[in-house]
Design a protein around this ligand. Structure first.
Ligand code: FMN
Length: 355
């Protein structure tokens, strides 16, 4: 299987990159990921001064991460003195994430530019005019500039149109959701939160929102580089994001939830999942274009010989259409052909509704 991606004038061995965050904060983490099977690297967002982050700042459940991090806690001097070490050992393309104001970027970009194959600009905390900011950034560098969008941007197409007009090469979609609050019931308090008590939400639960955003941008901008980001946890998720229109895919929260080995398992499984789905190359999948049509016919569910008798369908059916048994029995007069049983069947033994 061919997992190579050529985009931004660079070659990536595979489309999987870490997203800016704690796993790319500082030299030790970057050197570690540099040796991994990931297709490229992206640093934690660098600004002039190190961020002062209220602690605690990260918590997770199985499907979500909550965080109150800002940008890198290391200052620019740390990065300019440590990035050369990464470059000496460089094994893959490196994106340097930078932020935030025009004044800060005017100092940060010239200082980091030589280490970056592409520059990613986080606009998460920026209230200034996008147009002026992007024009200023792109006037300072010849390196490809990708602007990272926040999920709360309402007019996403206008956002992309604006950044392209101002010289950006492409977009990263997207950052974490929010703000939200996370409650610690026992202590009648918040589990974590910034000065306003807010935190940001990421991880597998946000994937459908990211997919929708990517597919929408891709359908209006067929040629621009798009890096997909948000909720990716498996090789299948990576391929879904490519089909939606991403050229490259960034991952963070699932590697915080499951540890950095998650990166290895995502990349290692790419080949097998591509084979299972008859995908010859990432390029072919990316150029296919997602058609917004539903495959399943919405017929009544049928239970195949693969049934293991777990009774999950009996448990989850909102209309009590199944009665216990081996296999369970369906009462068609109660079934509305919704598909929930098929999606929750542990043994993949139900077909006909979604598939
Ligand atoms: C703990 C934490 C720290 C993050 N720090 C940054 C950052 O410094 N710069 C940035 O652009 N995004 C940052 N993000 C956002 C991620 O890069 C990513 O866009 C978001 O979490 C969605 O992807 P995911 O669901 O794979 O985590 C951070 C996210 C988390 C959870």
């Amino acid at each position: 299987m061919n997992t190579k991606v050529n985009v931004l004038g660079l070659t990536f061995e595979n489309p999987v990159l870490p997203a800016a965050g704690p796993l790319t904060e500082g030299l030790p983490n970057l050197l570690d990921l540099n040796e991994s099977s990931l297709g490229g690297l992206v640093t934690k967002t660098i600004s002039v001064s190190g961020a002062v982050v209220k602690k605690p700042c990260i918590a997770a459940t199985k499907h979500m991460v909550y965080n109150t991090e800002l940008w890198s806690e290391h200052d620019l001097e740390y990065w300019t003195s440590h990035l050369p070490r990464l470059i000496e050992n460089k094994k893959k393309p490196i994106g340097v994430s930078v932020g935030y104001t025009e004044k800060q970027l005017g100092i940060v970009i010239p200082a980091i530019e030589e280490y970056a194959d592409f520059i990613e600009v986080s606009t998460h905390y920026n209230k200034a005019s996008l147009e002026a900011l992007v024009a200023f950034i792109t006037s300072m560098t010849k390196k490809p500039v990708l602007i990272k969008m926040s999920p709360h941007i309402d007019d996403d197409l206008h956002f992309v149109e604006t950044i392209l007009k101002c010289g950006a090469s492409g977009v990263v979609a997207f950052n974490s959701f929010g703000p939200g609050i996370v409650i610690d019931l026992k202590n009648r308090a918040l589990l974590l939160g910034n000065e306003d008590g807010h935190s940001w939400i990421s991880g597998p639960a946000i994937k459908p929102f990211a997919l929708n955003r990517i597919a929408k941008i891709r359908s209006h901008f067929p040629k621009i580089p798009i890096i997909g980001c948000g909720g990716v946890e498996t090789a299948t998720d990576v391929l879904e994001m490519i089909l939606a229109g991403a050229d490259l895919v960034q991952v963070l929260s699932s590697a915080l939830i499951g540890g950095r080995e998650t990166y290895k398992s995502i990349v290692n499984n790419l080949d097998a999942v591509m084979k299972d789905n008859q995908i010859e190359s990432i390029e072919e999948l990316r150029n296919m274009g997602l058609e917004r049509k539903v495959y399943g016919k919405g017929n009544y569910p049928t239970i195949t010989d693969s049934c293991i008798g777990c009774q999950m369908c009996v448990t989850v059916c909102p209309f009590a259409a199944f009665t216990k048994g081996m296999p369970p029995m369906l009462d068609k007069s109660k079934c509305i052909r919704c598909g929930l049983c098929e999606s929750r069947c542990i043994a993949h033994a139900i077909e006909g509704v979604l598939t």
